[in-house]
Write a protein that binds this ligand. Structure first.
Ligand SMILES: [Zn+2]
Length: 276
């Protein structure tokens, strides 16, 4: 009798144990699934933050490049303008020099009227010849200086046009940067808060792994889907058996090539609900 009761009881206990085990396993499944959903949601939010930072990240750099270019053009224009003034001054100086040479010629010509001999006359003639050569040299230099001034004027015009274009570009970029900063600031703060909130739903071990993979990955992706039988992160093929395991949500499956956490569409859909 006792044996019979105990057998029935044993069967009952066995059944209960089985049920408990089954419930425990179901709970484990739910925990794993929730973990995957939270990881996927966190990835989506973090990727949105990355995107904002990338958009804004390039603009300040572009603004700085333009500012550097504008400063360079301003220096160039001011250098060209001092070269123009130098050329103008040279023209005046050479003109004055010509006058001086002419005065000397006048003086030597007058002296020739009072020479005592032919040698003195010839000597003065040589002086006059020399002054004439000097005048020719000055005239050539005046021509060169005028040509140089003209060339520099043209270069200033080109630089000024470029400067005004770049100034326009800079103004536009600055406005764009300001707008993006204003627009994204609120969004970014909200995403950041959401990210922190999602992080709290993930155990430290998985969160650490997630952050480590994300840091190492150039695109910041630690959680990826399976795309055409391949890992969405490194594009290596994923064996069929592993793809089945991913779909079962019974454990966290990582890509054996890149270590990224792999999820299926179902998890992705659930994660989208989670973000809302
Ligand atoms: Zn991979």
């Amino acid at each position: 009798m006792a044996k019979k009761i105990s057998a029935a009881k044993a069967a009952e206990l066995e059944k209960e144990a089985q049920m408990q085990e089954s419930m425990r396993l179901q709970e484990v499944d739910i925990i794993v699934e929730n973990r995957l959903v939270a990881l996927c949601a966190l990835q989506t939010v973090d990727s949105q933050i990355d995107k904002i930072r990338i958009i804004r990240g390039e603009l300040p750099l572009e603004v700085r490049d333009l500012e550097d270019e504008i400063a360079g053009l301003q220096t160039r224009i001011s250098n060209l303008q001092s070269e123009i003034s130098g050329a103008e001054k040279a023209v005046v100086d050479y003109k004055n020099a010509i006058e001086e040479h002419k005065e000397l010629i006048k003086k030597y010509t007058k002296q020739q009227e009072n020479v005592r001999n032919n040698r003195e006359f010839e000597s003065l003639n040589k002086e006059i010849e020399f002054q004439n050569l000097e005048i020719q040299l000055c005239e050539r230099k005046i021509k060169d200086s005028i040509a140089k001034g003209k060339e520099r004027h043209q270069q200033v015009e080109i630089a000024k046009n470029l400067l005004s274009t770049r100034q326009g570009d800079l103004d536009a970029k600055k406005v764009e940067l300001e707008e993006i900063t204003k627009e994204t600031e609120i969004e970014e703060v909200a995403l950041f808060e959401k990210s922190k909130e999602l992080e709290q739903a993930i155990d430290e071990r998985y969160l650490k792994a997630y952050k480590r993979i994300r840091l190492a990955a150039r695109n910041g992706l630690a959680v990826v889907g399976v795309d055409r039988d391949a890992c969405g992160g490194c594009f290596n093929k994923i064996p069929h058996q592993r793809q089945m395991e991913i779909k079962m949500h019974k454990k966290v499956i990582v890509c054996e090539h890149c270590g990224r956490i792999l999820i299926d569409e179902d998890i992705r859909e659930k994660s989208e609900e989670r973000i809302r």
